[in-house]
Design a binder for this molecule. Structure first.
Ligand code: HEC
Length: 145
């Protein structure tokens, strides 16, 4: 009886391991690389299919982003409506007062980088460079460095 169980068990085990093994054996190199290809290379109907298009899109997005783009993504949530008393975009009176209080544009910039009172560090744009924060302040305040 025990021998029978062992025999059946052994058969079962070899079957289980045999299936994926034969599957792999019959797979060609091409099929494997197709299976492990990055998901990003899948084409979408109506869009350009060449991966070169993706590379071009990536390379144009490197380099400093515009103040407009950063403002729209990170700063607008507070600076559009003056949330928590944030100086509003294009409110030159409020921005000039903030600049005066800080003691010049460079202090305003360093306050924005390190955060001040309810203003979070870098306005939550953690991957922004100092230059990008500066450009964004210019964009929303009209102040010049
Ligand atoms: C969570 C809300 C919030 C976000 C997001 C935010 N800010 Fe602010 N910001 C504030 C508040 C509130 C103040 C006013 C702080 C004070 O003077 O008490 C402020 C003030 C500032 C000041 C003036 C600093 C000073 O010295 O008076 C600058 C410059 C500034 N923000 C830049 C930015 C930039 C650039 C972004 C986006 C990258 C941004 N902020 C995103 C809330 C925010």
């Amino acid at each position: 009886m025990r021998a029978l169980i062992l025999l059946v068990g052994g058969l079962f085990t070899s079957l289980v391991f045999a299936i994926p093994a034969t599957d792999l054996d019959s797979t060609t190199r091409g099929e494997i690389s197709e299976r492990i290809a990055p998901i990003g290379s899948i084409c979408v109907t109506g869009e350009e299919c060449a991966s070169a298009a993706g590379i071009a899109a990536v390379s144009t997005s490197s380099g400093p982003r515009s103040g407009d783009a950063i403002y729209g993504q990170f700063c607008t949530v507070c600076h559009a409506i003056g949330l928590l008393d944030a100086p509003k975009k294009d409110d030159s009176v409020a921005w000039q007062a903030a600049e005066k209080k800080a003691g010049g544009f460079s202090s305003l910039l360093s306050n924005a980088i390190s955060g001040i009172r309810s203003m979070p560090a870098k306005g939550t744009c953690m991957d922004c460079t100092d230059e990008e924060i500066s450009t964004t302040i210019e964009y929303m305040s009209g102040l010049k460095p």
